[in-house]
Design a protein around this ligand. Sequence first.
Ligand SMILES: *Cc1c(COP(=O)(O)O)cnc(C)c1O
Length: 402
Amino acid sequence: MNKCISYARQDISEADIEEVISVLRSEFLTQGPSVAAFERGVAAVVKSEHAIAVSSATSALHIACLALGVGTGDSVWTVPNTFVASANCALYCGASVQFVDIDPDTLNMSTSDLEERLIVARKRNRLPKVVIPVHFAGQPCDMPEIYKLSKAYGFSIIEDASHALGAYYAPNGRPITENQSEAIKIGSCVHSDITVFSFHPVKIITTGEGGCLTTNDSALANKLKLLRSHGITSDPTLFKSRPFDEIWNYQQIDIGFNYRMTDIGAALGLSQLKRLDDFLFARNEIARFYNSAFSSSRLRTQLIRFCNYSSYHLYVVRISKDTVGKTQREVYYHLYQNGVRVNVHYIPVHRQPFYEGLGFKEGDFPEAEKYHREALTLPLYPSMNSEDCAYVAELLNKVLET
Ligand SMILES: *Cc1c(COP(=O)(O)O)cnc(C)c1O
């Protein structure tokens, strides 16, 4: 048996390749017309005023924190069930990180745990400057509720939508309908200050490495553009008051980084963006197939709330002796030996040695820890054929029956 099905893979078409080649033949290789076109494309898809393309979601999270004023002495809150970058961004700015546990059904930030922690933090005068909800696996967090809490407790919101390009939710907790005109798109920042996307090859669309920030606040957008490129501007209206009459002029008016996206990556991203609806459809079809294949087993899957449309970056299941009579480890090895490269998302960030060095320990966030001991991510990518989907589902169902 030499089947090998990975958990994720990019989908690059001939048209994608042609777009990249045409940039290689053009005048601009880095941030140029393709980056600008890609930014317009992202803003149109997610319905935001501004989109700022950068080198990765990690750099996006860093400058998002800086633009919102995060610094020494501040606290930034996120969830443990995420990639380390969602938390590291706070430490880059000299702030501290605190976590909010997850809801065991949706696997997103628990709004009740968030509220309880906010009540305690207010008493101790340790309220967060920024909260970073993560739309885990592509399912939107309860943004209306988190937004409401942000107004009551005075924090800013950065949505980590690395998994969630194309996801949306219905307003007022209503069920989603075919009529998408009233859907609230992830990235539209209706309930946040800034949203961050990743275009790493395993994500919904790719630019090689890449990320993007969206916002509706022009001042934030200008700040983010400065921070991604050394703090330098060539816009005379932003110049500091000092006589400038050089023929060649730019000013560094802030301290920033080189977090630019290349035009090569942006051309790939723009071409991929045209295929977004097909990608989302394929991902949701595969998820539907898995859902029905597991409907008669006692396997726990991620609860997708009826007000949400998930982009299904990941399809995750929970395996425990109590529910299905097998351990995560047993099932993992069985699938692996039969060519199915399942994965685990995520080792809770607070259990990473670096974070344990900051004082976090086992038991701090029990739901995220329990989920981690049970979690497996099944293969899911747009080009996965129905034969492979059926193979994975059957293999899993069989091992649970024995
Ligand atoms: C992938 C990912 C990131 C980091 O994205 P990069 O583009 O690789 O920097 C951040 N947060 C989450 C939740 C991710 O999945």
